[in-house]
Design a protein around this ligand. Structure first.
Ligand code: NOJ
Length: 537
């Protein structure tokens, strides 16, 4: 019998599903669990290994599920617990792992824990949240700001105190200094782990602990007009506190009670801070999400440096990971342009470390313009007009050219992209050189070539728009050469030691081409070259 692979999360490709937008099975315009089950064959055909679902739990949906009112239920909008059980069974049957979103930093203000907590100052659950007296002038206890605009403190007239919310007022922060809170969340984790989920992506894990003395945050000297208002202060006292690592280590111990599960942390921090989230002796998150590419200036030297700095900062034995898109950031195809999106894909799928894909990026979905009357995202509603809205990257998956793109039988909760008649799974599957087939081919190569899966990363000196690196195993090597510009360029094979054969081009038209003295790359082209006579590096 095949042994479970303890390190599957190192070898696999992850795929994020935003459930509201993947597939609607009951015609209400919102995606659901049965819809995901229907689309499992597609996911299997992509070649991915694990699905991460954004929250599916009962929620008033003030922040579309990131405001949870019951950690161990399923929101009726998405289906029932029986649907969830069917999904996990079907995913596992198809060889796919299933990762859930764990949102332990805050609950919904409708969660029974908070309803209790706000009832009175001496309620046993009062200390489960972060309550403080007003300052001397009767205002908020300090200058902490909500990421979604305004003060992070909400006054509760009934009990005369403020509660802290890093996000919406409908998302009160739990008090992670309280052992009962930790225990309660550990029990939530065990509930799902016993059901067989393969791990968690933990929402804003670097936020869990706040300054014990509630000191003000310092002003941000680099704040610029046009940026979200919470950036006016530096979150020195509200995030990335040293004690957070103990809380994460405890979560990791819960994960380790079960075989072969994974703990992924959502962390937006500079690289040198990010890597501390692997924890002491790697007892923290298995994969602290590496979002460096989400905000990278799209040029070869900047990206080369990002890779170098990340590789250099990784603690001994820590496994890297890379992300190109998620439900909070503009679509990669819009950030870097449709042409470079293929190069970005080759980058993501050839770097050392676990790649996480965002649904729809494999068909080149771009940011959809949202008219003011169609805005759903609370961030955009609270801080309008400066481009923070996240609806444009959450639009329905484009399956076919049918009325609602095969996503639903009724008007979807967010508008469809107007190019869906052409840019959809059915069309792109049929087009041998489409971005979708590029994804499939790259995922296939990655899972078949140990150099890509576990080989070392060795940078190769390059100039201009070229980004070149080797991925090397004990016996074989690949060279990945990416042209991040739109002009043709050539590389002397001598200089880059890349005599060999092209395994794939981002245009999907050069397979098998032999490389002799030079490699000519078209604008916006990337290639993977199988190198002859490679020596261990
Ligand atoms: C991070 C999530 O990715 C985002 O969508 C959400 O709004 C915040 N956390 C608050 O939960």
């Amino acid at each position: 019998m095949k042994q479970p692979d303890e390190f599957w999360w190192r070898h696999g490709v992850f795929y994020q599903i935003y459930p509201r937008s993947f597939q609607d099975s009951n015609g209400d315009g919102v995606g659901d669990l049965r819809g995901i089950i229907e689309r499992l064959p597609y996911l299997v055909s992509l070649g991915i290994d694990a699905i991460w679902l954004s929250p599916i739990f009962p929620s008033p949906m003030a922040d579309f599920g990131y405001d949870i009112a019951d950690y161990t239920g399923i929101d009726p909008l998405f289906g029932t617990m029986a649907d969830f059980d069917a999904l996990i069974a079907a995913a596992h049957d198809g060889g796919l792992k299933l990762i859930l979103d764990l949102v332990p930093n805050h609950t919904s203000d409708q969660h029974p824990w908070f309803l209790e907590s706000r009832r009175s100052r001496d309620n046993p659950k009062r200390d489960w949240y972060i309550w403080r007296d007003p300052n001397a002038a009767g205002g908020p206890p300090n200058n902490w700001l909500s990421e979604f605009g305004g003060s992070a403190w909400q006054y509760d007239a009934a009990t005369g105190q403020y509660y802290y919310h890093a996000f919406l007022a409908q998302q009160p922060d739990l008090n992670w200094r309280n052992p009962e809170v930790r225990h309660a969340i550990h029990e939530v984790m065990r509930f799902w782990l016993r059901k067989g989920v393969d791990g968690f992506r933990v929402d804003v894990i670097w936020h869990l602990i706040k300054d014990a003395e509630f000191r003000d945050n310092p002003p941000n000297p680099s704040f610029r007009e046009g940026r979200p208002p919470h950036e006016q202060i530096l979150p020195l006292r509200t995030t990335d506190q040293v004690e957070v690592h103990d809380a994460i280590a405890e979560m990791r111990r819960v994960i380790d009670e079960f075989p072969a599960r994974v703990l992924i942390g959502e962390i937006y921090l500079p690289t040198e801070r990010l890597v501390t989230y692997y924890g002491r002796e790697l007892g923290g998150a298995h994969l602290p999400f590496n979002f460096a590419l989400l905000s990278a200036p799209w040029n070869a030297r900047a990206i080369e440096k990002i890779i170098h700095d990340y590789e250099a900062a990784l603690p001994q034995g820590a496994w890297p990971n890379w992300v190109l898109g998620n439900h909070d950031r503009p679509r990669v195809a819009s950030r870097v342009g449709q042409d470079q999106a293929r190069v970005a894909t080759m980058l993501l799928l050839t770097l050392r470390g676990t790649p996480t894909l965002y649904y729809g990026d494999e068909i080149g979905m771009h940011q959809v313009a949202i008219a003011p009357g169609q805005v759903r995202d609370p961030f955009e509603k609270n801080v309008p007009g400066i481009g923070v809205g996240r609806d444009g990257c959450r639009t329905p998956m484009q399956w076919d050219a049918g009325r609602f793109a095969g996503f639903s039988t009724s008007t979807p909760w967010l508008p469809l992209s107007d190019d869906f008649v052409h840019e959809n799974v059915v069309n792109l599957q049929a087009d041998a050189r489409s971005i979708l087939n590029l994804y499939k081919a790259l995922i296939g190569l990655r899972s078949n070539l140990p150099e890509l899966m576990i080989g070392s990363y060795v940078p190769v000196a390059a100039q201009g728009d070229l980004l070149i690196y080797r991925r090397q195993s004990e016996v074989d090597a690949l060279v990945i050469a990416l042209n991040l510009g739109d002009q043709p360029t050539s590389i002397s094979s001598e200089a880059a030691a890349l005599r060999g054969e092209i395994l794939i081009s981002t245009f999907l038209d050069r397979r098998g081409e032999k490389i002799k003295d030079t490699v000519d790359l078209r604008g916006n082209e990337g290639v993977i070259i199988g190198v002859l006579g490679a020596q261990p590096g």
